[in-house]
Design a protein around this ligand. Sequence first.
Ligand code: SAM
Length: 228
Amino acid sequence: MNWREFWDGEHAIYVNARHKTLHYERIARDIVALLPKGGVALDHGAGEALSADAVAAACSRLYLYDAAPSVQQKLAARFSDDARIGVLDDAGLAGLADESLDAVVVNSLLQYLTREEFVALLDFWRGKLKPGGKLILGDVIPPDVGPLDDVKALMTFALQGGFLFAAAAGLARTFFSDYRKLRAENPLTTYAGEAMARLLDAHGFSGAREARNIGHNQARMTFLARRR
Ligand SMILES: C[S@@+](CC[C@H](N)C(=O)[O-])C[C@H]1O[C@@H](n2cnc3c(N)ncnc32)[C@H](O)[C@@H]1O
């Protein structure tokens, strides 16, 4: 199994419904704080985007794209009646007009891509963004941060969110599940801050690390860049 198959299938990344709801509410709040108000935005690798309506309220139009066909179906079912939200399939993503976007949000995706896939996407996003448009890269994992840091961050989030016992049970399940094997066989891609700054610069973006990461895990990083 690879990461693409993992995300397309049934998985237990969220320990229960409350965890999933609180996760999407939290990232929506953080994303809205970084978005230019009233613009056209793309959330690339959106997942189920349970709180996309809150993000869309800050945009004139919000496009959601996820590579997993099962996730695309869930997004389409959830948001087909929301006039501000457009759910894209692969053709819809490719067909976005050049220089039409004010912002691209990419949260918790880069670790599942190879460096080459990320670099190709940087050029893709550069083409779709207006000059001066914002690229927001969230939940990027630095090389010195590992699974134990993720466990600590999840337990803190669970304590605050009132799902501590479910989180402990979920971690125990994960320990005995295929996820550990998958993570060992398909190591997550990590980026040092300086390496990310160099990559952004080489692909036509000026950017820097934000003081806070999007979401609950502050051991990970968010970068804010602008298309030059
Ligand atoms: C960890 S989830 C992140 C979801 C959401 N952005 C969030 O922060 O909760 C990663 C998502 O990226 C999607 N994905 C994986 N590879 C992708 C790719 N190459 N392009 C777009 N989406 C991809 C997966 O299907 C999955 O839904």
